[in-house]
Design a binder for this molecule. Structure first.
Ligand SMILES: [Zn+2]
Ligand SMILES: [Zn+2]
Length: 291
C-alpha cells in the first residue's frame, strides 16, 4: 500500500524565529556567489522578508467588523483606512514628520520587531512631547488597571450575602458570622481577579517587578534647595523657618542626641570632597557606620 505523507505547514505566527547565520566578515555588504557564508546570509534575509510579509498579512491587517464601526460617524473606531505616504516627509502646516507608509489597512510596524515577536504590533515613532505623554498615559492606564471591575466586586459581595442568608439569620455569634463572610468574600474576590502574565511569572519564576540596566538612587532635592535659598532669604529678612520643615533623623552618638540630615551630610562632607558637586555626591557616596 502506498501512503503519501504531507507535512502540514505551520504558519510563522506559531513558530519561533530562526536565528540569522553568522555575518561573513570577509565580504561585508557584498554577495559573493562562491562564498558559502555569503549565500547562507542572503538566503536567510530572503526568508526573513517573506516571513515578515506573512506575519503582517496574518496579524497586522485591520478588517472592519460590526463592533469597530462608530454609527455616529459611520467610520472605523480604529481609524482605518489610515493615510498613506509615498515617501517620508514633513507636513507643511503642522511640521509633523510623516513616515513612508504604503498600506492603508496595516498598523505601523518595524520588520525586526515583527520577525521577533511574530504577532500584531503597533510601532510608532514618537516625535513630540504630546505623543510621548499620551503614550505613557495609555500604557500606565493598562498597568495600573485594577484587576477587578467595581461592578464585579459588588456582584461577588451580593452573591456571598445571598448564599449565606440562612446562616446570617441563624443564631451563630456576630463574630462567627463576620468571620465566615469575610473568608468567603476574600476567596471569591481572589478567584475573580485576573492577573497579567508578567505578574504571574514574577511570582512563579521569581522575576523582578521591573527590568532595567540601571540602578537608581532616590534623591529628595527640596531640602537642599531650601538650604541654598536660606542664604538669600535670610538676608532679606523673610521668615524662612516655616518652609524648613525638613525631616531630621535623630541619632544617639556618645550619649548625645544628634540630628542627622542628608543635607548636613553634604554640607559637612570631608574636605577632600570639597570640589564634589551635589550630583556626584549623591550618586557616588554611600553612608556607612564606622568600624
Ligand atoms: Zn562571503
Ligand atoms: Zn475598523
Amino acid at each position: 500500500m502506498l501512503r503519501f505523507l504531507i507535512k502540514k505547514r505551520v504558519p510563522p505566527t506559531l513558530t519561533l524565529p530562526e536565528p540569522g547565520p553568522e555575518i561573513c566578515l570577509a565580504h561585508v555588504g557584498m554577495k559573493v556567489q562562491s562564498c558559502h557564508q555569503c549565500l547562507q546570509s542572503f538566503n536567510w534575509w530572503q526568508k526573513f522578508k517573506v516571513t515578515v510579509d506573512e506575519i503582517l498579512f496574518r496579524s497586522n491587517r485591520h478588517k472592519c467588523y460590526a463592533g469597530c464601526t462608530d454609527p455616529r460617524y459611520n467610520s472605523c473606531k480604529a481609524r482605518f483606512p489610515r493615510d498613506t505616504f509615498i515617501e517620508t516627509g514633513i507636513h507643511p502646516e503642522t511640521g509633523s514628520l510623516n513616515l513612508k507608509k504604503g498600506e492603508a489597512w496595516l498598523n505601523t510596524f518595524t520588520n525586526l520587531v515583527t520577525y521577533l515577536l511574530r504577532c500584531n504590533t503597533d510601532v510608532t515613532s514618537l516625535l513630540s512631547g504630546t505623543a510621548i505623554k499620551s503614550t505613557i498615559a495609555y500604557v500606565t492606564d493598562y498597568i495600573t488597571k485594577t484587576p477587578l471591575k467595581t461592578h464585579t466586586m459588588f456582584e461577588v459581595v451580593r452573591t456571598v450575602f445571598n448564599r449565606n442568608s440562612e446562616f446570617l439569620s441563624g443564631d451563630s455569634s456576630r463574630h462567627e458570622k463576620a468571620r465566615k463572610l469575610m473568608i468567603q468574600l476574600v476567596n471569591s474576590l481572589t478567584v475573580q481577579a485576573e492577573i497579567g502574565a508578567p505578574m504571574a511569572s514574577l511570582y512563579l519564576l521569581g522575576h523582578d517587578d521591573h527590568y532595567t540596566n540601571h540602578t537608581f538612587k532616590s534623591f529628595f532635592w527640596k531640602p537642599y534647595v531650601n538650604e541654598a535659598r536660606q542664604a538669600w532669604e535670610a538676608s532679606q529678612g523673610e521668615d524662612v523657618e516655616a518652609e524648613r520643615l525638613d525631616r531630621v533623623i535623630v541619632e544617639k552618638v556618645n550619649d548625645k542626641l544628634v540630628g542627622i540630615t542628608p543635607v548636613l551630610d553634604y554640607i559637612y562632607r570631608p574636605s577632600i570632597y570639597k570640589e564634589t558637586c551635589l550630583y556626584d555626591w549623591i550618586h557616588l557616596s554611600t553612608k556607612k557606620e564606622d568600624g
